[in-house]
Each structure stands twice: as structure tokens, then as C-alpha cells.
Design a binder for this molecule. Structure first.
Ligand SMILES: Cc1cc2nc3c(=O)[nH]c(=O)nc-3n(C[C@H](O)[C@H](O)[C@H](O)COP(=O)(O)O)c2cc1C
Length: 206
């Protein structure tokens, strides 16, 4: 006798790793958004796949330039990352908050200086998953991996490196979780430390 129960389609208890995606806007200034529908695929080398909803500045700029960065979110950058997932990139003032960034080393993409691990990505294939809404999956080549120097050839055990990194994950319940399981808040709460009163942008609701 099975102890399983069929429930409506959802992924509420499935942990997802968070990345901020960086693109250059049309005016040459960087824009960052927050994303968790991210995983890996294989070409003749490791690649990544990213599901992005329509109507977002990030998607517009990936389509226009074919490149972007994916920056691993950690506890020390969670408030800024949550702000990037709250404010709408089509609003001219989204990126007026303090944010340290630099250019990628292989692709012309903005990378967050305070993220310890980042991918420089080039779109290989674009798949529409919902023509009406513009929802899209991008299959990407990893053109470069950037790591903080102290993480390279470290003698520390992986367990200790991961603890120090403080990687953040999320669940479909709209919660943030620490690597060691602590609750770090609901979506759009940490963003208030960056810009008090910031509201969820139109794009984030779609
Ligand atoms: C925790 C979290 C995860 C998110 N993950 C995704 C995602 O995987 N795909 C997506 O299309 N939007 C996702 N969003 C919404 C975008 O971050 C939001 O629309 C943001 O405004 C995008 O930035 P942009 O407007 O500058 O493009 C997420 C938001 C949050 C708070």
C-alpha cells in the first residue's frame, strides 16, 4: 500500500540554487536580476539551462546580446540579490543602489565583484516554452568560470569551503535557506535593507 498522495503540480519542497544574472543594458550600464530556475546540461562540455519569464529586462538583454553572467548568491549578498529579484529592470532607477561590479574576463558581461563564483555564459540555443507570454529556456555554453582566488587549490575540506561560502537556496514556498538549514527570510524581505519600501516590480509578478 503506497503512502503517496497526488497533489497539484508544484515544486514547493525542492531546493533551488540562486544566481543573479548580469547583462548590459542598451545604454551600456549593468543590470542584474535574481533567478533560481537554473540547472545544467551537456553539449561536448558542461553547459547550463536557464528558464526566464517574458517581459523581463534580463531576458530582453540576453536576446539582444547573446551573453550574460550567472553569479552564485551567498548570505553576504542575499539582500542585494533579493533586491535584484524585486525591483524591475525596466525602471530607470533599479541600478542606482550601491553595487560593486566588474567586467567578465572572456565575455563582455557584468560580474558582481562580491560573489565568490560566477559563470560567463553564451547562449547556444533558445527554446520558447510559452509563445504568448514570451517564457523561454536558454541553453548556454560556459565560456568562463570565475572563482575568488582563495577558493582555488584550497587545502580546506569541501564541507568547510561550502560552510564559509554560505550558499543560499530557495524553495517554491518563497523562502530563503542557508546552507546549514537556517531560515533567512521570505522573498522580497531582505531587499528592504537595500531600498526600504521597494515593491515587487511588474516583471517579477509575471
Ligand atoms: C527568489 C527569486 C527567484 C527568481 N527566479 C526567477 C527565475 O528563475 N526565472 C524568472 O524568470 N524570474 C525569476 N525571478 C523573478 C526576477 O528576479 C524578477 O522578475 C526581476 O525583476 C528580474 O530582473 P529584471 O527585471 O532586471 O530582468 C525570481 C525572483 C526571486 C525573488
Amino acid at each position: 500500500m503506497s503512502n503517496k498522495v497526488s497533489v497539484p503540480v508544484n515544486n514547493d519542497l525542492c531546493p533551488q540554487t540562486l544566481f543573479t544574472y548580469g547583462t548590459f543594458r542598451e545604454d551600456g550600464q549593468p543590470n542584474f536580476g535574481l533567478f533560481c530556475w537554473f540547472s545544467y546540461c551537456w553539449f561536448d562540455d558542461l553547459g547550463v539551462m536557464c528558464a526566464i519569464g517574458g517581459h523581463k529586462q534580463t531576458q530582453d538583454r540576453i536576446r539582444a546580446t547573446g551573453v550574460f553572467s550567472a553569479n552564485l548568491v551567498t548570505e553576504s549578498t542575499l539582500a542585494l540579490a533579493d533586491y535584484f529579484g524585486t525591483a524591475d529592470g525596466h525602471d530607470a532607477d533599479k541600478m542606482t543602489v550601491p553595487c560593486r561590479w566588474e567586467r567578465g574576463q572572456v565575455l563582455d558581461v557584468p560580474v558582481l565583484s562580491d560573489c565568490p563564483f560566477a559563470f560567463e555564459l553564451e547562449v547556444e540555443r533558445t527554446i520558447s516554452t510559452n509563445d504568448e507570454e514570451g517564457d523561454t529556456v536558454f541553453l548556454c555554453r560556459i565560456r568562463n568560470v570565475l572563482k575568488d582566488a582563495e577558493l582555488v587549490d584550497s587545502d580546506l575540506p569541501v564541507e568547510e569551503i561550502m560552510r564559509r561560502l554560505g550558499v543560499v537556496s530557495t524553495t517554491g514556498t518563497c523562502d530563503y535557506w542557508a546552507w546549514d538549514g537556517r531560515h533567512l527570510g521570505k522573498w522580497h524581505e531582505p531587499a528592504q535593507q537595500i531600498r526600504p519600501g521597494v515593491q515587487v516590480g511588474k516583471a517579477a509578478q509575471q
